[in-house]
Structure formats: C-alpha cells, structure tokens
Design a protein around this ligand. Sequence first.
Ligand code: BES
Ligand code: MN
Ligand code: ZN
Length: 453
Amino acid sequence: MPTGAGAAGAELEAEVAALLSSADDPGRPGAVQILPRPTRRPARVLLAGVGASDEAGWRAAGAAIARAVRPEEQVQIEPGPGVPAEALRGLAEGLWFGSYRFRDAFTGPRSTEITIRVDDPGNYTQSLETARVTAAATWLARDLANMPASVKNPAWFAAQIVAEAATRPGLTVTVREPEQLAAEGFGGILAVGAGSASPPRLLEMSWQPAAASRHVVLVGKGITFDTGGISIKNRDAMKLMKKDMSGAAAVVAATLGAADLNLPVRVTTLAPLAENAISGSAYRPGDVITQYDGTTSESTNSDAEGRLVLADALAYAVAELNPDVVIDLATLTGANAVALGKRTAALYSHNDELAAALAAAGAAAGEAMWRLPLPGDYLEYLHSDIADRHSSPARGAGSVVAALFLSEFLGDHLDRWAHLDMSAPSWAAADDGDLTSGATGWGTRTLLRWLSS
Ligand code: BES
Ligand code: MN
Ligand code: ZN
C-alpha cells in the first residue's frame, strides 16, 4: 500500500524498497509485509498488496490489514491520490469484514482506530456509507448465525429483528405465532416446529419506500437448530447446525441495509423460523403435511425440513404479495458442498436474466455462486403415492432435487424466482480473506448489491 513514504523521509523509503524487493509477491491481494521500526515513528509500517488495484484487491488488502493491526494501535492508511471510489469502498469493507469477531457481541468491540487519508474526502462519502451499511448488515448476519441455539430460538430471532426494524423509519415487521400460523394454514412451518419447546414463528418485514418501482420478495430458511428431527443427524453432521438459519439472517440483514441506504425498491422479507427438534411431539417419517397452498408433501426424512418451511413461505408470497421477483436463500443441502466445495453457493433459476444479475452482484461483492440446472425430467423424482409430492426422495442430485421441490410452489411466478443453496459458504472453518472463522453472513452483500442495481 502506498504509505506516504515521502513525507516520512528518504530513509523510510529505502527501507520499504528493500523490504519489497526481498518479499515474495508483495503485490498479491491480501499479502502483508510488516516493517517494524521500534525506535522510530511510525513504529510499524504495513505494506499490503492490492493486486490489480480493483475493488476486490483493495477489499483483500483491507481484510489483511484488519488482521495485522493490534488492538489499541493507531493506524493511518494513505491510498494515494485519485484512488477510485470503488477501491475505497473495497478497502473499507475489507477492514470491517476482516475485523469482525463474534466475541465482540459479548465483550464489546476492540478499539483500533483506523484513519483513511484522502485528498478529497467529499468524493468518497457515498461509497464509504455504502461500505459501512454493507458491513453492519454483514456483521448482524454473522452475529445471528454465530449465536448459540440455546439463546437463538425462533421467538428470540424474531425479537432481534423487531428491535432492529424499530430504529429505522419505513420498516414494518409482523410476527406470526403458532395459533395464527395454524389459522392461515402454514402446515410446513408448524410440522417442522412441532417437536421443539420453542415454538415456530413466521417473520414478515416490509420496506416500502414511496419511490419504489418494483417489489422484491426475499425468503430465508430460518431453522434455529437442525437436529434432523427423528431422522436424527449424526454427531459430526449436527455440530454446526445452529447456523441453519443463515438464509434468514442474510435476508433480514440485507433488508435492514436496504432501509439504511434508502434504496428505492419495495422489499418484503419472509423468514420462517423453527427449531427442528426431537421429542414426542416431533413430526415423523411418513407424515403427510398440508402446505400453505393446500397441496400435500410426504416426508419420509424429517431432516429434509428446510424445504417444508420454505414451501409455505414461497406459496404465501405468490398468493398474497404479488412480487416482481422472489429470491430465497437457504442452507438447504449438504449436497451444495459436494457439488461446489466450501465457498460457492448453488444458484437456480428459470430466468436467465435474473440468474446473471445475481451472479454478477455476487462476483462484485466477493461472494461466489454457480448456476446449476432445474431439469424438468427430474421432477418425477418427487413422485409420492400418497401425497402431491415427496419431500425427500433419495435418488441423488440432492441440491437440484431440493430446488425442484421448491419450484413446485411458485405457481405462475416460476420465471420470477431464484433459489440460492448456500449451505457451504455460510460458514468458514478458519479465518480466510475477509471471512472471520465462523458464520460468514453469506448472501447479505450480494443481495444489497443486487437491490442497489
Ligand atoms: N440443514 C441441512 C443441510 C446442511 C448440511 C446445511 C450441511 C449446511 C451444512 C438440511 O436441513 C438437511 O439436513 N438436508 C439433508 C436433505 C436430505 C435429508 C434430503 C441433506 O442435505 O442431507
Ligand atoms: Mn435438515
Ligand atoms: Zn436444515
């Protein structure tokens, strides 16, 4: 990173040049060289690579700097004259993403002061505000998914979002409790939530600015813990299942961010919230569930719970909300990681334009996704002898079949829908670039970019 070496003198410039010439690929995005100068000021000089000097390169540099600085250190960054606004956005987002720590939610944040010096700050106000809102939304999504499920039951999750929304004018939230879910026919949410001592909820949040030209509905899977139910998961598979509400976290965080940025698009966000628990009141393998649209699903594996709660929310969106676009995000299948590995979500849509726009937003935001097909001839896998469809056929292509199951609930809105299976990228096993070990908040950035475009 350019560091105002000139101002600090020729001596520093020579030290920096010597360090750079001895370093291995110092320009690589995310590379950091540290020059300790214990007896002089500045006491440490960090040299961070920005790669091609595009937004992604600066984001990587920001994250690397955030990891390299010490608590209580005072840091000055001088990106140099004429740095583009996107680069500064990348730098700021990287600094915030990389300095996230879940334990700060309990202990309060560390205070590292980072100053970015530019010649004409007025040019960067908007991009820095966008970065700030994107980071705050991402931190919220990460906090929600990292929160232990002993705290994070459906009522708690809903209460957090009600409180967040209350601080922002123009946002309204309604929370349906079990009685109302029953009265309105949300059979999937009720079945999945039936085994838990913490009953289910359906959260509905609305951002409705006067200038809105179109109406987007976002749906997020909100399983606050997935034991698998009576079709219980094994020990290893269950370990991280507090994160099974990461789709819900991303859609609510992005909606709060849309309100903060005052985006001129109407957004209705649905988060079906339930704990997939085990008890005498849990739903059973072989049960037939009546979904919101009145059709029935046979479930022979209670671990295929996400699609049942999403089906209700999607059917409700189509029947009641008249959306122009419907996007759902869900930690839906382990098969996402089998197909695409740990950092890439599976994207499904019958709409080429929508799929391309989402993938482009993801690429710009630093979240990868790859489109997989919705083959019509696999729909027969969903056949059930006793219900309108089967929720858990075991015939391979797990992520694809789950997406096909959801597609059944879009009715005449099928070509306005996209589904993101983000099971894999919702979690980072260790610090990695701008991801801090734990929940990644995946989808929040992509949705905010896409909503802004
Ligand atoms: N929440 C899981 C999917 C998951 C697995 C998310 C690993 C993140 C990491 C989901 O509810 C599930 O259990 N899916 C089953 C579906 C199967 C029973 C048809 C799966 O993927 O095995
Ligand atoms: Mn499951
Ligand atoms: Zn699940």
